[in-house]
Design a protein around this ligand. Structure first.
Ligand SMILES: [Zn+2]
Length: 477
């Protein structure tokens, strides 16, 4: 009989069970997309699988009277499961498979990491990208076929050219998504979340949910800047909401530190993700000669965004996965601080870190890192293949702590399923298989919200790797 795994052995109580990096609304929207996680094999097989997924979807959504021009969205594909090149080295993974299955309906399929899209020709045409060698935006890439036309794969900022064309969610849909997302967090035992992608529409719906007593989650709300052109608008919103929050004469509700939704700062993106080879590295990807990833903001813009957020005394959360992104960030923040302005810097993911970068970060006034150990469970399959010896700089929990930098754990839901147990499993496996030193404390320590007074009587009870009960403000969920 095999001995119990670290998950099966886990029993205990977590107070204010906290997922420190989520996309709340997307966690709920997720179910509306075609689920593409299981696609695998050669193009013919993938087309057959897509046909089946599409048929099943149509059969279960008969009332949704989709007409021929409506967008089809999907989520979860991973090219590491595909046969991407033929025996002669020709790329097999293009818009053509989607054209054959979906015809003239525009298709927008998001990669499992959220940082690449696979689209068909109809979508490229609508976006004005169906031409020879279209010019991509800074911090984005439009991949091309040998004939110079796009192959249907768009990275980071290039995704947004198509994404912008999708219809905006209505308040009723946002409400559905947030409530469904809440259900998913509850099922995984979470009562506290830190959401990185809020906007004005979501904020309105969330405060409505709170007023109606439908909210049973404590939410730290950041405002996401996926498109740098939206920075001003999101900063104004964050500033205004924080002011209302702090002011005594706003009816007491928002200023009440026990209220369930707390407006926080701004979230910006400095690079892409490792799986789609957009994370910014200090070396080339072993799998793609001459390519080091994408820098989504140039240094002056990064500097400007941090300065303006800090001048408003708000925290700035920066997506930085690759070691070069983290280093540019550490350097920029250091330069700003040496000019006399200080603020709170949150690094999201920080998956690859050089020793020198950690030393630089340690000198900053206030820095915290928000890591997702569970990414190890997905990324371990190709970390060495993509990064070679650089893979040894992944998941540096212990080094960050030894440098005095606080760390927190989360899931990046819906990129990974929110789960304390996955965190524990990932830390254990990373130590056993890749000699990655575990963090100082038990993994659950980093998934308990530090403000113990925020929603008293809130805890999650685990027994032998199962959730026994989740209690929110004294009420069983
Ligand atoms: Zn994220």
């Amino acid at each position: 009989m095999s001995s119990p795994t670290v998950i099966e052995k886990f029993s205990g109580t977590i107070a204010n069970c906290y997922d420190s990096h989520v996309h709340w609304q997307a966690t709920g929207t997720f179910r509306r997309h075609l689920q593409l996680h299981d696609l695998f094999g050669a193009p013919m097989q993938i087309e057959q699988q897509l046909q089946n997924i599409w048929k099943t979807h149509q059969a279960s959504n008969q009332n949704s009277s989709a007409h021929d021009r409506e967008w089809i969205t999907g989520f979860g594909w991973d090219q590491h499961r595909f046969q991407t090149a033929g025996t002669d080295g020709d790329a097999l993974f293009t818009h053509e498979s989607l054209d054959r299955v979906f015809g003239a309906r525009p298709v927008f399929f998001i990669r499992i990491d959220g940082h690449a899209a696979w689209v068909n020709r109809a979508a490229l045409e609508q976006a004005g990208l169906w031409q020879k060698r279209p010019v991509g935006p800074t911090g984005g890439e439009i991949q091309l076929k040998p004939d110079g036309y796009p192959n249907g794969i768009l990275l980071d900022h290039a995704m947004q050219i198509v994404e912008r064309l999708l219809p905006a969610r209505t308040p009723a849909q946002i409400r559905d998504d947030l409530l469904f997302g809440q259900k998913i967090f509850h099922a995984a035992g979470f009562t506290h979340i830190r959401d990185l992608s809020g906007d004005e529409a979501q904020w309105h719906v969330t405060t409505e949910l709170e007023k109606n007593g439908e909210l049973a989650l404590a939410v730290e709300q950041f405002f996401g800047v996926e498109d740098p052109n939206l920075f001003d608008r999101q900063l104004d919103l964050a500033v205004r909401l924080n002011r209302e929050w702090d002011s005594a004469d706003c009816g007491g509700r928002r200023g009440d530190r026990h209220a369930l939704v707390r407006p926080r700062g701004i979230k910006i993106f400095l690079d892409g993700a490792l799986g789609s080879e957009g994370a910014l590295l200090s070396c080339e990807y072993c799998t793609r000669a001459g390519h080091r990833g994408l820098q989504l903001l140039d240094k002056p813009t990064l500097r400007d965004f941090i300065v303006r957020t800090w001048r408003n005394e708000l925290p700035v959360a920066v997506h930085a996965i690759g070691d070069a992104a983290a280093d540019i960030l550490a350097e920029t923040a250091g330069e700003i601080e040496s000019g006399g302005l200080k603020g709170e810097l949150h690094i999201e993911h920080a998956e690859l870190l050089q020793r020198e970068t950690i030393a630089r970060l340690a000198k900053l006034h206030h820095v915290e890192c928000f890591l997702q150990p569970c990414h190890y469970l997905s990324d371990r399959k190709w970390l060495r293949e993509k990064l070679g010896p650089f893979a040894g700089r992944a998941f540096r929990y212990r080094e960050l702590e030894d440098a005095g930098i606080p760390i927190w754990f989360g899931s990046d839901s819906p990129i990974e399923e929110p789960s304390v147990l996955s965190t524990l499993q990932a830390i254990d496996l990373a130590q056993r298989d890749d000699d990655i030193p575990p963090p100082r404390h038990h993994g659950t320590h980093y998934q308990s919200h530090p403000d113990v007074a925020w929603v008293p009587n809130t805890h999650t009870l685990f027994h032998n790797g199962r959730i026994e009960s989740t209690t929110f403000s004294g009420r069983h969920l």
